[in-house]
Design a protein around this ligand. Sequence first.
Ligand code: ADP
Ligand code: NI
Length: 190
Amino acid sequence: MNEQIIKDAKEYIESLLVDESTGHDVDHIYRVYRTSLEIAKDYPNSNLFYISLAALLHDVDDSKIFKTTNNENARKFLANRVNKEDEESIIQIINEISFSKNKDKTPTSLEAMIVQDADRLDAIGAVGVARAFAYGGNQNRPLSKSIEHFHDKLLLIKDKLNTEAAKRIGEERHQFLLDFLEEYKKETRD
Ligand code: ADP
Ligand code: NI
């Protein structure tokens, strides 16, 4: 694997995502990157170079933050560093990760399944709770709106995970959401 390209990708995302406050900050990217590599340990045949770059670049064209089209930011990075075939494969992985773009479509590659799982795992558990309220705050929404988001989206994630490794991690994080909601309900009851 070309370590220099991975290092450059880290610098690139750090420069693009500085000041990000909708829940797609640099820490989110690094968590997704690390979790992807953790899940990939179960899949020795997966392409770690694709997984690493897709994880690092997966939010650089997110429409909540950037106005780019055709994955412009990701392509700008990849164009002079990898060949066309690798560029297209990595872009396809990135495009298959997004929850909103794909609804219930299953990713077509093992690499996309792994990074999609890592991205989704970051929306549940304690980090998921924190991100939901951070997002609500960024949009000037009351706490109750973020609680709705738990029911609309976050509680459904556990059953949409692709890989066994992610399902194991997801089980515990899902339970944390349920415990949190129960306690929240108790404290807000009138
Ligand atoms: P992804 O980066 O996986 O495509 P999103 O952009 O949909 O995910 O969401 C990023 C983060 O913001 C997630 O943690 C998600 O739970 C949170 N989020 C998205 N929409 C809402 C919402 N309407 N209310 C509260 N949190 C939200
Ligand atoms: Ni993400």
